[in-house]
Design a binder for this molecule. Structure first.
Ligand SMILES: Cc1cc2nc3c(=O)[nH]c(=O)nc-3n(C[C@H](O)[C@H](O)[C@H](O)COP(=O)(O)OP(=O)(O)OC[C@H]3O[C@@H](n4cnc5c(N)ncnc54)[C@H](O)[C@@H]3O)c2cc1C
Length: 404
């Protein structure tokens, strides 16, 4: 019986196992961690956003410059197909008001449990605490693993690498594979943080007073990007869904220019004129803070942010204050480290792979998931592409074995 090794027990690797388990093949999934799907489970902590229900034409555009590379795989496994597959697993899904798709139970654990049960019943083997180190003597069929019992040599007719990106290394995806594949002459784009926070040089007072506080209902403006949402002030800068959505553009600008200046509209539902009319009224005996609070409800972190960026002399100019409230400039100095990011950009270049996701320079070695060179915002796009490419790699192996 032909032996297939899948290395990486995340969304991509497990989906590849599912495809291969439908044929008469010996499939083993290896992972360095003591248990499977650690990042998948983490993704489910705040509600597992597994895909998105928007029009497929729009959905594909979320993969930016890599949409054309990913489109064939996403087309073969659309968000609708994903929901059908989950339904067959006994996992009901629903579409939230934002179009995001979630399992009804919100968590990843019930899904993973049902999935593993099914994979095991179809004969898929799992070998945990097996850290892949590379190939013996550059022979692509001989895999070296570090295990609790020392180094182990494993033979496989074909291999699927589904090793993940480089964020949240404690969940298993360390990105150590980059140097192994580069050592084989493969072109791998450096892994970069994606869906990440950014450093801001807060002054001591602001940092101590406001870190850990949410900044609600603001509009973030960066070039053509404009979106309303919520941010979180941190000790080092800013985090949160809104900044993640713009993070790839901001990161690229920082790499190009050394920093990036975003603008925040702290009153996205009010026009500048309306703010001005209120702030232009006589203040009487009220302090600046009391006047702002009374006229605009401006207080707390929003007032703190205004004071953080505006010149003291400008505080008495209703005009300047209003302009700043509608387009508060914030200088972002660097993306937060990759380990803190939700996902990563960079990875194996698509030029290195054929349409079945097999390495052109290494016959029988397939790649899938976040380790490929693409990125996408949060919203279910990450997992959907991991599932879709895992599936494509599984079918790619079957085709390749057949042709052999
Ligand atoms: C906090 C958080 C929340 C998220 N929420 C969402 C969400 O709601 N929706 C969404 O779409 N996406 C979300 N994501 C992103 C999503 O979880 C990932 O994109 C996806 O899980 C990646 O799947 P993968 O199979 O490519 O890699 P991974 O899930 O990272 O799996 C790779 C596996 O390879 C193993 N491995 C790595 N190197 C080796 C080695 N040398 N030897 C053996 N094994 C190895 C790892 O242990 C790991 O188990 C979230 C991510 C984080 C961190």
């Amino acid at each position: 019986m032909q032996k297939i090794a899948i290395i990486g027990a995340g969304a991509a690797g497990l989906m590849a196992a599912e495809i291969l388990s439908q044929s008469n093949i010996d499939v083993t999934v290896y992972d360095s961690m003591p248990s499977v799907g650690r990042k998948f489970l983490m993704a489910g902590k705040g509600g597992l956003n597994i895909s998105h229900a928007e029009e497929f034409e729009t959905f594909v555009t979320r993969y930016g410059s890599r949409q054309h590379n990913l489109a064939p795989y996403l087309n073969a496994f659309t968000p609708t197909n994903l929901r059908e597959w989950l339904n067959e697993l006994g996992i009901e899904t629903f579409v939230g008001s934002s179009g995001r798709i979630f399992p009804k139970e919100m968590k990843a654990a019930p899904l993973l449990r049902a999935w593993l049960h099914q994979l095991r019943s179809k004969g898929v083997h799992f070998e945990m605490r097996h850290r892949w180190l590379g190939w013996k003597n550059n022979d692509t069929q001989k895999l070296i693993f570090d295990t609790p019992n020392g180094e182990k040599l494993i033979f496989a007719d074909a291999v699927i690498l589904a090793l993940g990106g480089g964020s949240w290394a404690r969940l298993g995806s360390t990105g150590a594979w980059v140097s192994i594949l580069r050592g084989q002459g493969l072109n791998v784009e450096t892994l970069q943080p994606s869906n990440c926070g950014f450093n801001v040089a807060w002054r001591d007072y602001f940092q101590q007073r406001f870190s850990g506080q949410p900044l609600k209902n603001v509009r973030l403006i960066f070039g053509k990007f404009q979106q309303k949402g919520e941010l979180m002030i941190t000790e080092n800068g800013i985090e949160g869904g809104l900044i993640y959505a713009a993070s790839s553009k901001i990161r690229d600008e920082i790499f190009k220019s050394g920093n990036a200046i975003i603008q925040l509209d702290l009153f996205p539902d009010k026009m500048t004129d309306e703010l001005f009319t209120k702030l232009n009224k006589p203040r009487g005996k009220l302090s600046t803070s009391q006047f702002w609070r009374r006229q605009l409800g401006l207080e707390g972190v929003k007032a703190g942010l205004l004071r953080e960026v505006i010149n003291v002399d400008a505080l008495n100019s209703a005009n300047l204050v209003c302009e700043t409230l509608k387009a508060l400039p914030l200088k972002l100095l660097a993306p937060r480290p990759i380990d803190e990011a939700i996902s990563c950009a960079g990875g194996i270049c698509f030029d290195e792979l054929n349409n079945d996701l097999m390495c052109k320079k290494m016959a029988g070695i397939f790649c899938a998931g976040e380790m490929l060179d693409w990125e996408a915002p949060t919203g279910g796009y990450l997992l959907t592409a991991c599932f879709a490419t895992g599936r494509a790699a599984g079918f790619g192996v079957l085709k390749w074995l057949n042709e052999k």
